[in-house]
Design a protein around this ligand. Structure first.
Ligand code: SAM
Length: 192
């Protein structure tokens, strides 16, 4: 039983693109109430349910409280965009690195479509800073956005550090909503 219907969007995306492999380290941004983390725990075997496969790590972060889940480590009351949170993630992840960053984050909708769009794009852009600190070369980033004028800007920024970027509208996402996901794969570590 999943905590929220949003689980079906991640299941659908992962069935198609196989992002989550046993043994992987995954950071789930905006994870309350924890349905995406439930999917991640199953697929990367972080609860050790499948003794024949490597055991992964799931770390979930949210501004809200996230009820405990076997196989996941939660940072409740944490802001993903805060550099202090990035530091904590580096400490918690094995060797300070993640294979996958997931984000289903969304701001509280004001109802003004352009404003909500801009806010969420800004949050997504901060994930590129997070990636620079923790994402392994070759790693993936899946992030939710609300479509609008700045979507292209985000896509270009992602394309500058990932070899492959595509837009996904899951069947489980309401047809009449502006909700989309960018799936960015093959992270190219920026050369300093
Ligand atoms: N994927 C989740 C699940 O399956 O249970 C649902 C996520 S819900 C659509 C969006 C979440 O993003 C909210 O819980 C909200 O508190 C969180 N959020 C929004 N801004 C955030 C931020 N700056 N840092 C961390 N979490 C944030």
């Amino acid at each position: 039983n999943f905590r929220c219907r949003s689980a079906f969007k991640l299941l659908e995306i992962d069935d198609k693109f196989r992002l989550l492999q046993p043994g992987y380290s995954v950071v789930d941004c905006g994870s309350a109430p924890g349905a995406w983390s439930q999917v991640a725990v199953q697929r990367i075997n972080s609860a050790g349910t499948d003794q024949g496969s490597p055991r992964g790590t799931v770390i979930g972060i949210d501004l809200l409280n996230i009820p405990p889940l076997d196989g996941a480590h939660f940072l409740s009351n944490h802001d993903v965009t805060d550099p202090a949170t990035h530091g904590k993630l580096q400490e918690l992840l094995p060797r300070g690195r993640a294979h996958v960053i997931l984000s289903d984050m969304a701001p509280n909708a004001s109802g003004f479509r352009d404003m909500d769009h801009e806010k969420l794009i800004t949050m997504c852009l901060s994930l590129i800073d997070l990636a620079e600190k923790i994402l392994l070369p070759g790693g993936s980033l899946l992030c939710k956005y609300w479509d609008g004028v700045l979507s292209h800007h985000l896509q270009e920024k992602l394309s500058s550090v990932f070899s492959s970027v595509r837009t996904i509208k899951p069947d489980a996402s309401r047809k009449d909503s502006a909700e989309r996901y960018f799936l960015a794969r093959m992270y190219k570590k920026r050369v300093k």
